[in-house]
Every structure is written in structure tokens, then in C-alpha cells.
Design a protein around this ligand. Structure first.
Ligand SMILES: [Zn+2]
Ligand SMILES: [Zn+2]
Length: 435
């Protein structure tokens, strides 16, 4: 046996995908013609058939890779090439790291999962699914001894699931179920509950954004979900229409709210003798504002930070020496915050009303532009709406009724939209006498 057949298939596919002139009669269309210029309706069955065949082909090719790399390992090829595993061999051929390990796992497990391998040979099972079944069986056998018969039954049970994550969930259920029935299983920690496996990555990406991954035990994950859940709920727009933020964004903003609640709690652990907090470093003349851990931020964000009491801005001279740690008069003291809480009753933005404990105290007239720290220059805003003021084009002013009023974003020269009353005054009908 050699690769002649596979090479013929590859050559045929390359020929079919290489752009060429369409024959005059239009018949005998190449695959590339179908993919590049499909005809509406006429080509629908052909395209669906191509997709279906290509998925089957992908499954078969992944199966061949998995089997071939396992065979290479059995034949000792990686060691002779001074590589430690078949995964390194695949990486040398250009496969990405996650895919190499998946192929190796599936290849190594194939001999012990004949029912699964049989389906893979027919192209009916994708490698992600095959990997999930293999991992599921490993998960169970690491916890409870299985007879060959048990094993076959478990593979059958896992294979009727639809997605890899369904397979994983089913395997955990079976493992917990069987471990409970088996003697002396108390000291075995199911993988889902094993805190030794917890992992979290954080990195600053090329755009200066923070990205990360989470891998949590079921209980910590449950705590995270329980903490996020009530903070994720949609907030209707001032006109009552639905919250346009997708669920991922609402979840990320809820996570931010949890961080801010934590940072504003004085009972939390100290770091270097001070409570950990967010710091922005602001050059006194010409220069870019910078976050303590992150990197450069826009002036609008630095001003938002300068507005709020759980965050600190440090003004530095040209050589980086702090000029003013700038907390006292600029920040709203507790008695004024209490006054704001009574007047605004939470986020004052129309239609919001998030609780007082979620809110920043915003200076209506910025402190650095001469705005004072007093009740009539303050307004409570949740972070979403505080950002809407600093970044989103919303404006806020104190009306003649001494309540905050809001002006929605509008283009310069456009007619100014109707001013909206504070959330705390949503049931009132009087308009302010003057802006
Ligand atoms: Zn502000
Ligand atoms: Zn709000």
C-alpha cells in the first residue's frame, strides 16, 4: 500500500478547483465554476451535494491522518526523527497544535473503540466528535473499572449524542453514576469538580484590549454564572425599545460590574499595603494617558476614570514625577454621594435605574474645567451610561427642577432631540423651565 490513490484524489481535486475556461456548451462545469459563480436556484442541489460530500471527505481525511499518525508512532518513526510524539510529526507537516494532539488522541484510542472506528471509516463521524467519545471513555475508565461489555455499551450511549459537548456531559453523568454505585469511590474527584485543573489566561492583544480564557471547576463556574446572571439582564433603551447589546457584551459588562464592586469594597485583601485599585497616569502637559497595568487610553476614558471615586488618576510632570495625587476635593465625599442617591435613586439615565451601589458619581461640568464637587454638579450613572456620556455623545445637565436631564446623541447642525428626564423622574410630566 502506498499513497498513490490519495495522490490521484488530490490531483483530481486540484484540477477541478483550478480556474479554467467554461466550455461553450456550458456543460461539464468544474467544481471551481460552481463555487465561484453559482446560479441561483439551479445550483442549489449541486451546492448542497458538494457540501455534504466535502464534509464526508473531511471526516475520512481526518480519520486517515489519525490512523496514519498512530501507525507512525507504533512503528517508532517520531523517535527516529528525534521527535517526542506523533503530534510533533504532524506539526512539522504544518498542522496547528490543537489539531495535531486531537489526531494523535483519536488515532491512539481507535483500536479500543471499534464501533466508533467503523463509523469513522464510513465518513459518518467528525474527528471532534470521535475525540469527544474517546475522551468520554477515558474519563469514565479513569474513575471506574469497566468490562469489555461495559465499554461497548458506553461507546454506544455516547455515540447517540449530537455534539461533542453533549458527549462530554453524558460521559460525566455516566462516570458519576457508576462511581456512586462502585465501592470506595469517595476519594475520587470528578474532573468537572477538580480545582487542580483550573486555569485562567490574560493577555494584552495587539490593539491594547485584554483577552483571556477560563477553565473552571463546576462549583467556581457556578459561582461565576450566579454572580453574572442578575447583572446580565437587558436594559431597555430610554424609548422602551429592546436592549441592542448582544448577550456576550452584556456578560462582559456584567463581569466589569463585579470587578468594580470588588474594587470598591474596603474589606478586600491588600496589595503592598494599599487596596488594589485602577490607576491612570496623566501627564500634566502634552502626552498620552496611561493605565497602570494596561497601556495608553484616550482622553475620554481618562476623564471617565478621573470622574469616579474607586479609580485614581495621578498627574505627572514631564519626567514622570507625580504633581498631584488628586483625590480629596475632586472626588464625591460620602455625604454628597448620599444626597445623589436620594435624588437619583440609582443610575439617573432615562429607563435605567440600576442600583446606587453600581453607580459612578459623574461630574456634570468636569472638575478639570472648573466644575465643583457638589450635589448640583453630580449625577449617579451606571458604568454603561457613564460611558455613554464620556464616549457615546450623550449629554447631561441639571434642569431648573434640580434633577438631571439628558440630551440624546445628535449630529452637529441637526435639530436637537427632545431632552429626557432622569430615571428618578420618569413618572413626572413637567418639563424643565430652562436648559
Ligand atoms: Zn463622568
Ligand atoms: Zn444606567
Amino acid at each position: 500500500m502506498d499513497a498513490t490513490y490519495l495522490n490521484n484524489v488530490i490531483d483530481g481535486l486540484i484540477d477541478d478547483l483550478t480556474p479554467a475556461a467554461v466550455p461553450e456548451d456550458g456543460a461539464d462545469r468544474l467544481l471551481c465554476h460552481l463555487l465561484e459563480s453559482p446560479r441561483r436556484i439551479v445550483d442549489e442541489p449541486a451546492l448542497l451535494a458538494v457540501l455534504s460530500a466535502a464534509v464526508t471527505l473531511r471526516n475520512l481525511v481526518d480519520h486517515v491522518i489519525a490512523q496514519a499518525v498512530a501507525a507512525a508512532e507504533r512503528a517508532g518513526i517520531p523517535a527516529r526523527k528525534h521527535l517526542s510524539t506523533g503530534a510533533d510529526l504532524l506539526a512539522q507537516l504544518g498542522m496547528s497544535p490543537g489539531a495535531t494532539w486531537r489526531a494523535v488522541r483519536v488515532g491512539r484510542a481507535a483500536h479500543s473503540l471499534p464501533a466508533l472506528t467503523q463509523q469513522q471509516r464510513l465518513g459518518a463521524v467528525g474527528i471532534e466528535f470521535a475525540d469527544a467519545v474517546g475522551k468520554g471513555v477515558t474519563h469514565i475508565t479513569e474513575r471506574v473499572p469497566l468490562s469489555d461489555n461495559d465499554r461497548t455499551n458506553i461507546v454506544t450511549k455516547l455515540m447517540i449524542e449530537t455534539t461533542p459537548s453533549d458527549v462530554a456531559r453524558k460521559a460525566r453523568t455516566i462516570a458519576i453514576d457508576k462511581a456512586a454505585a462502585a465501592p470506595s469511590s469517595e476519594d475520587v474527584v470528578p474532573v468537572a469538580e477538580n480545582t487542580d485543573l483550573n486555569d485562567m489566561t490574560l493577555a494584552v492583544n495587539g490593539e491594547g484590549r485584554i483577552t483571556g480564557t477560563l477553565d473552571l471547576d463546576a462549583l467556581t463556574g457556578e459561582e461565576l454564572i450566579a454572580a453574572l446572571d442578575p447583572l446580565c439582564r437587558p436594559v431597555p433603551l430610554p424609548d422602551g425599545s429592546a436592549d441592542p447589546r448582544p448577550v456576550g457584551r452584556r456578560r462582559a459588562e456584567a463581569f466589569g460590574q463585579i470587578m468594580r464592586t470588588y474594587l470598591s469594597n474596603s474589606q478586600r485583601p491588600m496589595s503592598g499595603g494599599v487596596l488594589p485599585h485602577v490607576t491612570v497616569i496623566r501627564p500634566a502637559e502634552h502626552g498620552v494617558d496611561t493605565l497602570g497595568f494596561g497601556g495608553p487610553v484616550s482622553a475620554a476614558t481618562a476623564e471617565l476614570i478621573a470622574c469616579d471615586s474607586t479609580l485614581t488618576s495621578v498627574i505627572v510632570d514631564h519626567s514622570g514625577v507625580p504633581l498631584d495625587v488628586g483625590r480629596s476635593e475632586r472626588l464625591f465625599p460620602p455625604h454628597i454621594r448620599k444626597g445623589l442617591a436620594v435624588r437619583d435613586g440609582g443610575c439617573a439615565h432615562p429607563g435605567c435605574g440600576r442600583p446606587v451601589s453600581w453607580c459612578d458619581a459623574h461630574h456634570i461640568r468636569p472638575w478639570e474645567h472648573g466644575g465643583t464637587t457638589c450635589l448640583d454638579n453630580g449625577v449617579l450613572l451606571c458604568r454603561l451610561h457613564h460611558t455613554a456620556i464620556h464616549h457615546g455623545g450623550w449629554q447631561v445637565y441639571l434642569g431648573a427642577d434640580r434633577h438631571p436631564w439628558f440630551i440624546p446623541p445628535h449630529q452637529p447642525g441637526e435639530a436637537e432631540p427632545a431632552h429626557l428626564r432622569s430615571h428618578a423622574r420618569r413618572t413626572m410630566t413637567d418639563l424643565p423651565a430652562a436648559a
